[in-house]
Write a protein that binds this ligand. Structure first.
Ligand SMILES: *Cc1c(COP(=O)(O)O)cnc(C)c1O
Length: 422
């Protein structure tokens, strides 16, 4: 690759070419899923007779908001389930997850996490951390978690035992800020049927953040009762300005709608303002944008593997989310890597990220993101909690050419630090 616009050393460019060549098979798999999912989304638009009228929203109470209600049906068809609640009113993924948990759980119920400790921001929601803030624990919902096995995979037998008498089984598909493997849709389906064989009434809920459109199936296609995600990640296609979704069984979605607004009023209210066009365009683009993020991820994994770093998942491994964890091994490298991502971003490239105390997280975090949508992690971004093993988590990339350049910039900046250190 000849590079006219950025300073990248010839050695790094040569390595980048090699990294891309050895990723050819993984790229082909990503493209096959992009085609499948792109057509799945298109058919949901056509089946639901989307017209220009659906793209303009309502104000005030939002009664009879056709665009909003039809978008729910479009998502339900895409996710192969009965119903969905897609709202710009969800402030974040955590808010959508919280709405679902409080929507369906009642005092005395037991919730079981099947994938060990959940995502950091969920700890205070569940009540693992903090007290008196209105967590599920404060409301009398008990919680237990099944640890992952030594190798980071699901402990199916322990899950089945722990779910006896429980109201909800909770599974996090993506690795989040951990180095465990993410859970594939096939694995989710197998575990779900085994748990339901013993406890047919259990509600199987999946935190689907970062997973949408990475595979051809979603957890709802293989037995999950509820899936939840953020619209500033995969299903917003880089276009949604905010929001989240909950999809799954119709009776549960009604409860979630009651929690989001009010019992009795439920999904009938909630005006869509001017957000509908972005939400429709976002889901339409989502399979292709997710594919760009995946190619960026595979390129990064392939390049850093060639450089001798441990990456999770490895470049050639099958993926079920868009996250790549890279063990850089030192705080200096973390900071330099993130600064390199930032300096090749379309927005705020001139800013220099530094570690800070982010609300909801229990160690300092450094984040690089120069995004059109603030905090959107479907756009190229890197986050790293400042703790052992000094791993950076990388995700996003709206287009592959810009995502690839971001990775090259990060590596170049990290290397120049290594050289200065010598
Ligand atoms: C992003 C994410 C969430 C929700 O985080 P928000 O920042 O609140 O949107 C929850 N779980 C996982 C695995 C995530 O990646």
């Amino acid at each position: 690759m000849k590079n006219q616009f950025f300073i990248v050393s010839p050695q790094l460019l040569a390595l980048a070419n090699e990294a891309e060549q050895r990723a050819a098979d993984a790229f082909a798999r990503i493209e096959a899923n992009e085609h499948y999912n792109g057509q799945k989304v298109l058919s949901a638009f056509i089946n639901n007779h989307i017209s220009a009228a659906h793209l303009s929203g309502t104000t005030g109470y939002g009664y009879d908001d056709r665009g909003r209600d039809t978008l729910d049906r479009v998502f339900a068809q895409i996710f192969g389930c009965e119903d969905a609640l897609v709202r710009h009113n969800f402030m974040s993924g955590t808010h959508a997850l919280t709405t679902a948990l409080f929507g369906v759980l009642r005092p005395g119920d037991v919730m079981v996490s099947l994938t060990g400790k959940p995502y950091d921001t969920l700890e205070e929601v569940i009540g693992i951390r903090g007290q008196g803030g209105g967590s599920l624990k404060d409301w009398g919902v008990s919680y237990r978690q099944v640890e992952l096995k030594e190798d980071g995979t699901l402990d199916a037998d322990a899950c089945i035992t722990a779910c006896k008498g429980a109201k909800m089984a909770y599974l996090q598909r993506s690795r989040g800020y951990s180095l465990r493997p993410s859970v594939t849709v096939t694995e989710i389906g197998e575990l779900c049927s085994r748990i339901k064989a013993e406890n047919p009434d259990i509600i199987f809920m999946v935190d689907n953040c970062y997973g949408e459109f990475v595979e051809q199936k979603e957890p709802t296609d293989v037995g999950a009762d509820l899936i939840v995600g953020s619209l500033i990640k995969n299903p917003g296609g880089g276009i949604a300005k905010t929001g989240g979704y909950i999809a799954g069984r119709a009776d549960l979605i009604t409860l979630c709608a009651n929690r989001l607004s009010s019992p009795g009023v439920g999904r009938e209210v909630g005006c869509s303002l001017d957000e509908l066009r972005s939400l429709y365009l976002g889901i339409y683009l989502a399979p292709t944008v997710t594919a760009a993020a995946l190619k960026t991820a595979v390129f990064a994994a392939s390049l850093l593997e060639l450089m001798g770093y441990q990456v999770y998942p490895r470049a050639m491994e099958e993926r079920t989310d868009i996250i790549t964890g890279i063990c850089l091994g030192s705080p200096e490298k973390l900071v330099r890597f993130c600064q390199g991502i930032q300096s090749a971003s379309p927005i705020d490239a001139f800013a220099l990220p530094e570690p800070w105390d982010m609300p909801g997280y229990d160690s300092q975090v450094i984040m690089a993101a120069g995004a059109f949508t603030m905090g959107a992690s479907i756009e190229l971004s890197a986050d790293a909690p400042m703790r052992e093993p000094y791993a950076v988590w990388l995700q996003g990339g709206l287009t592959y050419p810009t995502g690839k350049m971001g990775i090259l910039s990060a590596v170049q900046r990290m290397l120049s630090q290594e050289q200065t250190a010598l």
